[in-house]
Design a protein around this ligand. Structure first.
Ligand SMILES: Nc1ncnc2c1ncn2[C@@H]1O[C@H](COP(=O)(O)OP(=O)(O)OP(=O)(O)O)[C@@H](O)[C@H]1O
Length: 265
């Protein structure tokens, strides 16, 4: 399966809640070329997950369209794989069975499944843990299994919702490096949601900074730094300051909104 560009055109998402309409996304327009590593960055509540879920086809836009190549997204599809923050593994299956699951559903023969699973477990340093159950793994290992599971399906587009948010700093950096290696080796399109400015700069070709409610594109930044990037380098830090200012403005709007709502209560 080869990657197609993603076209997001005039996307709004409105939720109806007890408190009335909540406009989570407003007029999002993005063209994401095949193979690009894009991070969606912004404070809590700016609609990053809503946009990712719309691309995944889990929750369709209220207005506007999302297409991969010529195909409108009308629901989940095999060309788009999702990795969630909560590892979303089957607890009753071993590592090996978790990774094999999607391939069995696809009806691949046993030998092909075994070869793919062995290759991916090796790639993600899980070879020695293939008989373990998720409860017997660390958070970092569980997240590796979740990544292996999506890679097994070979979706050209990987959607990742704060996949490393719950991990300690060292594990997080290791997995970021592994993800960059996989991305370079496979040419997949990755859309990665994060709160972390440093994580976005470390990983992305492009960072889309979103505004707090309604979620719009505040700034669309190409990251022109050579990889592997050094978070201590002056150009890395200059970009971190610039993005930090943008995110802080939106955090402040979030904070003001909360104060306003508390005053109404
Ligand atoms: N199913 C829903 N029903 C009602 N409101 C929702 C629903 N899903 C999200 N929202 C609201 O939409 C807004 C955007 O939420 P979303 O989860 O996309 O933000 P986010 O940027 O991903 O935040 P976080 O980083 O905290 O996950 C929030 O105000 C949230 O409360």
């Amino acid at each position: 399966m080869s990657a197609s560009p993603i076209h997001i055109e005039g996307v709004d998402k409105v939720f109806n809640s007890a408190a009335g309409e909540l406009v989570a996304l407003k007029e999002i327009k993005l063209e994401i070329p095949a193979g690009q590593f894009t991070c969606l960055l912004g404070p809590s509540g700016c609609g990053k997950s809503t946009l990712l879920n719309a691309i995944a086809g889990f929750a369709l836009p209220t207005r506007g369209t999302i297409r991969t190549g010529a195909h409108a997204v009308t629901g989940p599809g095999p060309e788009r794989g999702m990795v969630f923050q909560e590892y979303a593994l089957f607890p009753w299956m071993t590592v090996e069975q978790n990774v094999a699951f999607g391939l069995e559903i696809k009806g691949l023969d046993k030998a092909a499944i075994a070869a793919t699973v062995a290759r991916l477990l090796e790639m993600l340093s899980l070879g020695d843990f293939r008989q373990r159950f998720p409860k017997d793994l660390s958070g970092g290992m569980r997240q590796r299994v979740a990544i292996a599971r999506v890679l097994a399906l070979d979706s050209p587009i990987m959607l990742m919702d704060e996949p490393f948010g719950a991990l300690d700093a060292l594990t997080r950096r290791n997995l970021q490096d592994e993800l960059l290696r996989i991305w370079a080796a496979t040419g997949k399109t990755i859309i990665f949601v994060t709160h972390s400015i440093e994580e976005a700069i470390y990983l992305a070709d492009r960072i889309v900074v979103m505004t707090y409610r309604p979620g719009t594109v505040k700034r669309d930044v190409m990251v022109d730094l050579a990889r592997l990037r050094d978070p201590a380098a002056p150009d890395f830090n200059a970009l971190k300051r610039e993005l930090g200012q943008l995110v802080m403005e939106e955090q402040q709007r979030h904070h003001n909104d909360e104060l306003r709502m508390a005053a109404v209560d």
